[in-house]
Design a binder for this molecule. Structure first.
Ligand code: AMP
Length: 541
């Protein structure tokens, strides 16, 4: 082998990535809309100065290479400062999911070995509830706007005030941990993944590509995805590297205030889960012409399946383009992305829409395959269903300090996602179900995701989740939990008539439950385990 003659040892670090935003795009703005409606706005230059101060403060508090610094924060500019400062100081940014139960939070903070916590003052009562179980936390830094930090805690602003703008950080190895997240997993204990500097830098480069999210300096991006969920899908890193502006909604995720922000700030990109977009679509439909979204070039929607009808309605009625992405906490998170390829441009509108409603094909350097129960690799025929497996430089190779879940990784180096999919000849992945949500009726598969998507295309339906009901003869049968649009009256027969032409007869739900609200997980996905628990015995009589 003749080695390359390049500087292959030049490390891929997040520090370099953030420095780029702070140096080259010092004038571009970063905006936070607070709960009271007031707006905080500053420029990347100020941001970067404060990041260096925070990194100094953390080092002074004893944060060393590999130390875990937890955040318990909403989406705002100081959380974004921690995103840069903790890894720059050599630490690992551990974003705690503030929607979890305190028991889980205590377990997670303890398992991760968090030693410092940065917390919003509004979330201190939550911290109080798990603090006993997270005894390793020796320093608590409070982000408080009005009131002083409580006794025994440090004040975020006072810490920054006392520091210098010059930060001479420790050397960073690109393979060392930079950030970590736990998956909220509905079975077993939450599992942690540690993202390295290298994996996040490579993920950022791939995510920013024109044919991926296409993020560039001109963009103004709304971060609806919680910053505790898989690094807000990596968007803060994409913005820092390119100088794109970030717009944080803090904690107010109601459709109308979000739309106000999107229009006022002339946003070009917004990212969030389908439940958020469903609400936004309904608000747009109810108030035609109220918001000017002409600057918006794309919305990135993922985290759960995006109904085809949603993609269609956004585009047809409001001229907004939806790009579906698939990913997981374990994949940093971007794995696949749905784009219409050049040769598909000539397809009928309906066929193109169908292609866009799949989870799409892999981004560069991520490999996809799917396997049957016996572990045999399946054909990309668009029909054969099996478990999706992925590998790549930003896919987890193991969980943090966890021996129980090693069976999620195959001996030949793939990660088993738990998603049941078909893959077509284009390489496009279509998710039929989470393995745990699969409905098996008399031994035959029924895809809850396909039924939900079809139901959500019905004009009366706002949200639908299909789940397995236990059945004496068929073992399991589909049940549909449906939220109707305001003022509509339930009509089970009407929904069955609507689904009938689209599905085999045995796929049609045995019953419908009309609910005011569907249970959701901590990150806004339908919580089918809760539906199964509560209504799963409905068909047993
Ligand atoms: P999390 O680790 O919490 O982000 O959850 C990852 C899981 O969310 C995946 O394994 C999928 O089951 C689901 N998911 C993510 N994106 C999509 C998508 N575009 N369509 C369907 N399911 C998705």
């Amino acid at each position: 082998m003749i080695p390359g003659t390049m500087m292959d040892d030049c490390p891929l670090t997040l520090t370099a990535l953030f420095a780029r935003g702070g140096t080259f795009f010092a004038r571009n703005d970063i905006v936070t809309r607070r709960l009271d409606g007031s707006v905080h706005r500053y420029a990347y230059g100020d941001y970067w100065r404060r990041v260096r101060r925070l990194a100094n403060a953390l080092s002074r508090l004893g944060v060393k290479s590999g130390d875990r610094v937890a955040t318990l924060c909403w989406n705002h500019y100081r959380h974004f400062e921690a995103y840069a400062a903790v890894p720059a100081a050599g630490g690992i940014l551990h974003t705690l999911n503030l929607r979890l139960h305190p028991t889980d939070l205590g377990y997670i903070a303890n398992h991760a070995g968090d030693s410092v916590l940065i917390v919003d003052s509004s979330l201190l009562p939550l911290y109080e509830r798990f603090k006993g179980a997270a005894g390793g936390i020796r320093e608590v830094i409070v982000i408080a706007d009005d009131e002083p930090a409580p006794q025994g805690c440090r004040d975020y602003e006072a810490l920054l005030e006392a520091e210098s703008d010059v930060f001479d950080g420790p050397p960073i190895d690109e393979r060392q941990g930079a950030a970590m997240c736990y998956t909220s997993g509905t079975t077993g204990r939450p599992k942690g993944v540690v993202y390295s500097h290298r994996s996040t830098v490579l993920h950022t480069l791939a995510a920013c590509m024109t044919d991926s999210l296409g993020i560039c300096e001109n963009d103004r991006i709304l971060v609806v995805v919680p910053m505790f969920h898989a690094n807000a899908w990596g968007i803060p890193f994409c913005a820092a590297m390119t100088g794109a502006s970030l717009i944080f909604p803090e904690r107010d995720l109601r459709p109308e205030p979000l739309l106000d922000l999107m229009a006022a700030e002339r946003l070009t990109v917004a990212a969030g889960v389908p439940t958020i977009w469903g609400g936004i679509l309904a608000a747009l439909d109810e108030n035609p012409g109220r918001w000017d979204l002409s600057a918006l070039r794309t919305t990135i929607v993922g985290g759960s399946a995006v109904p085809q009808a949603m993609i269609d309605r956004f585009e047809q009625r409001h001229g907004v383009r939806v790009v579906q992405a698939w990913g997981m906490t374990e994949t940093n998170p971007l794995g696949t992305l749905s784009r219409v390829k050049r040769h598909m441009q000539g397809w009928s509108r309906e066929r193109r829409l169908e292609a866009r409603a799949t989870q799409g094909y892999a981004v560069p350097f991520v490999d996809t395959r799917h396997v049957d129960d016996a572990g045999r690799v399946l054909a990309w025929d668009g029909k054969s269903l099996g478990e999706l497996e992925v590998r790549g430089p930003w896919v987890a190779g193991r969980y943090y300090d966890n021996d129980e879940q090693q069976d999620r990784f195959t001996p030949d180096g793939w990660f088993k996602t738990g998603d049941i999919v078909a893959i077509d000849a284009e390489g496009c992945v279509r998710i039929a179900d989470r393995a745990k949500d699969v409905i098996k009726s008399g031994g035959e598969w029924i895809s809850s995701v396909e039924l939900e998507n079809a139901l959500m295309a019905h004009p009366l339906v706002r949200e639908a989740a299909v789940f397995a009901g236990r059945h004496p003869k068929w073992d399991e049968r589909p049940l549909a939990a449906v939220v109707l649009k305001a003022g509509e009256t339930p009509a089970k027969e009407e929904l069955t008539r609507y689904l009938a032409p689209k599905f085999a007869k045995f796929w049609l739900p045995d019953d419908y439950l009309f609910l005011d609200e569907l249970p959701k997980t901590s990150v806004g996905k339908f919580k089918k385990s809760a539906l199964r628990e509560k209504y799963g015995d409905l068909l047993l009589g």
